[in-house]
Design a protein around this ligand. Structure first.
Ligand code: ATP
Ligand code: MG
Length: 350
């Protein structure tokens, strides 16, 4: 069985994933690693952004780590063959419904004067975003012409009890290993799906997680509080749309896009999907400027959540912190190290 399937993808994806491979070799040489083309690279070679073989391999692996997909060169490709379609097919095929996005500020970055004004020292909370339901997937969904001119566009938000409960469960379980607090964000004041969301989370809490502190917050207020006082949060669970927005706001409090990993988890025992939250960054691709830490920290999450190697995850996390402490900085962090040199810094710290 493959332990880790690497999907380097496009743009800076292959550059940052190459550094993950070096870390795997140094830290966990026993892991069985495989690699497949994905996204635009797969489209160019196979005519599809995700081959059936790659998806089958992904589902049979213990963890999947991807770089990033997409780029301007595939803008003219039919919608269902675009790199991004491959990503949706991968997420859907792997049934990963809970998206974990840490908002974590590394202390050495808070200490660095060049970034001091932009980051929140000591910040450490986790957003759990529902990833496979909600308004991005609900039907009906269409744009139609109106008889009197103009058009009408419809998107539909659908959530079932089961969908809400399984993602809330992930949040409660996570909180138990952290500061034991869950904040559930929705718009129960104006949306029925928000009303159901609040009800299901409340019921699940009473039934299985009464030991965890639970608080409900309206999503607009959540956005404000994340900017105003983000340290009040431990784990925030929310739907697909709000999670998309709130996690991007949170990301900006931690330093750089190049630092932030993510995990997408399905039911226990199934493989997780790990990826940096940044995109393929076509503007810097191929120049050795990309910060590989988001990808390396995504592997750290894979060690923790799919590969049952918490010991190695702790070690890797400490090594990244040490590298930053020793002053390792790529350009996005105000420094001049190349992608490979940042990889070197982590390996040295390891
Ligand atoms: P997507 O639509 O795929 O999410 P995006 O529009 O959010 O992409 P990114 O590709 O993430 O954009 O890039 C946003 C900016 O951040 C770009 O200027 C890019 O160069 C920079 N950036 C992204 N990732 C990194 C990284 N790992 N290291 C350094 N800079 C990065
Ligand atoms: Mg983006």
């Amino acid at each position: 069985m493959t332990d880790l399937l690497l999907l380097p993808g496009d743009g800076i994806g292959p550059e940052v994933t190459a550094q993950v491979r070096r870390v795997v070799t140094a830290l966990a040489p026993d892991l069985k690693v495989e690699e497949r083309l994905f996204g635009g690279a797969s489209y160019d070679a196979h005519g599809t952004p995700l081959t059936d073989e790659a998806l089958t391999t992904a589902k049979a692996s213990r963890a999947v780590l991807m770089g990033a997909v997409g780029g301007p060169q595939w803008a003219g490709v039919p919608r269902d063959k675009r790199p991004e379609a491959g990503l949706l097919a991968l997420r859907g095929g792997m049934e990963v419904f809970a998206n974990l996005r840490p908002a974590l500020c590394f202390q050495p970055l808070a200490d660095a004067s060049s970034l001091k004004r932009e980051v929140v020292e000591g910040l450490d909370f986790m957003i759990v975003r529902e990833l496979t339901g909600g308004i991005y997937f609900g039907s009906p969904r269409f744009i139609e012409d109106l008889p009197g001119g103009g058009k009408r566009a419809v998107d539909t938000q659908v959530y079932t009890t089961a969908e809400i409960e399984r993602v809330a469960r992930v949040a409660f379980e996570l909180a138990r290993g952290r500061r034991n607090k869950v904040t559930s964000a929705e718009k129960s004041n104006v949306m029925d799906s928000g009303l159901l969301w609040r009800q299901v989370v409340t019921d699940l809490h009473a039934r299985d997680y009464a030991d965890v502190e639970l608080e409900h917050i309206l999503a607009d207020n959540a956005a404000m509080q994340i900017v105003k006082n983000p340290k009040q949060f431990d784990v925030m669970v929310t739907d697909n749309l709000f999670g998309d927005i709130l996690s991007d706001i949170s990301a900006q409090l931690t330093g750089s896009l190049g630092m932030l990993p993510s995990a997408a988890l399905g039911v226990a025992g199934k493989p997780g999907l790990y990826e940096p939250i940044h995109g393929s960054a076509p503007d810097i691709a191929g120049q050795g400027l990309a910060n590989p830490l988001a990808a390396i920290l995504s592997f750290e999450m894979a060690l923790r959540w799919s590969l049952d190697r918490t010991d190695l995850a702790d070690k890797l996390f400490a090594a990244v912190n040490k590298a930053l402490e020793d002053g390792a900085r790529t350009r996005d962090l105000g420094g001049a190290l190349t992608t490979v040199q940042m990889g070197d810094a982590v390996l040295t710290a390891l």
